[in-house]
Ligand binder design. Structure first.
Ligand code: DX5
Ligand code: ZN
Length: 224
């Protein structure tokens, strides 16, 4: 099944618990949590205490996206705070193989993220063991940006590699996702669609998650 993964970056932080409850009502099973350190990206968000707090009010799968310069120090802290899966940027990791294995050893799924200007072939040597690959379809740092169309080619490349090499990693996309492009993204081979502003800036986030899910599920039927 294709998953819609609401990103709380665009939630109302004064009502974070209520906003999370809305997307749960809409049928979301995963929640995307963007961690920014003001160095790797020009923006700041939250630390482990926020994850720990929302862990107490939600059973969703917490998908923590680290846009930080020192993932080795902080990934274990986010896992201890309740992250089920953690993704790290290829561009931020000097020892990517070690970092991804370390995340798995701490009991979380490990994902690797590539920025729009980073080619898929930089991941050739980690695809064998990584749990998921996240393709950035905007330059990371902010919600509400326009989808970069070349991201679809990267999804297609990853889906083809997965088939050729008989691998099991999931493919996730992040940035500028809406009902306008969700079908194309799923048809390209994507499994998890992160959506921030399209969900949380809509009048009815629960209904918007359902609508995206419906669009994605129909496209999945057309794919197989
Ligand atoms: C951007 C973040 C995204 C962001 C997506 O750097 O990684 O997860 O929340 O927001 P939208 O869906 O508004 O592009
Ligand atoms: Zn993200």
């Amino acid at each position: 099944m294709v998953q819609i993964v609401p990103s709380i970056l665009s939630a109302d932080f004064a009502r974070l618990g209520e906003d999370i409850a809305k997307v749960e009502q809409g049928g979301a099973q995963m929640l995307h949590i963007d961690i920014m350190d003001g160095h790797f990206v020009p923006n700041l968000t939250f630390g482990p205490p926020v994850v720990e707090s929302i862990r107490k009010i939600s059973n969703l799968i917490f998908d923590v996206h680290l846009m930080i310069e020192d993932p080795d120090t902080y990934a274990p802290m986010f896992i201890a705070a309740g992250a089920n899966q953690v993704s790290v940027h290829q561009e931020a990791c000097r020892h990517l193989d070690r970092t991804l294995h370390m995340i798995q050893q701490h009991g979380a799924k490990a994902g690797v993220v590539i920025n729009p200007a980073t080619p898929v072939n930089t991941l050739d040597d980690v695809l064998d063991f990584v749990d998921f690959v996240l393709v950035m379809s905007v330059n990371p740092g902010f919600g509400g940006q326009a989808f970069i169309p070349n991201s679809l080619n990267k999804i297609r490349q990853l889906a083809a590699l997965r088939e050729q090499r008989r691998l099991n990693f999931s493919i996730e996309i992040d940035g500028g996702v809406s009902t306008k492009n969700a079908a194309d993204i799923v048809r390209a081979g994507c499994d998890w669609l992160v959506a921030g502003s399209f969900v949380f800036h809509s009048a009815n986030p629960a209904a918007t998650v359902k609508e995206l899910q419906q669009t994605a599920s129909e496209a999945l039927l057309a794919r197989v």
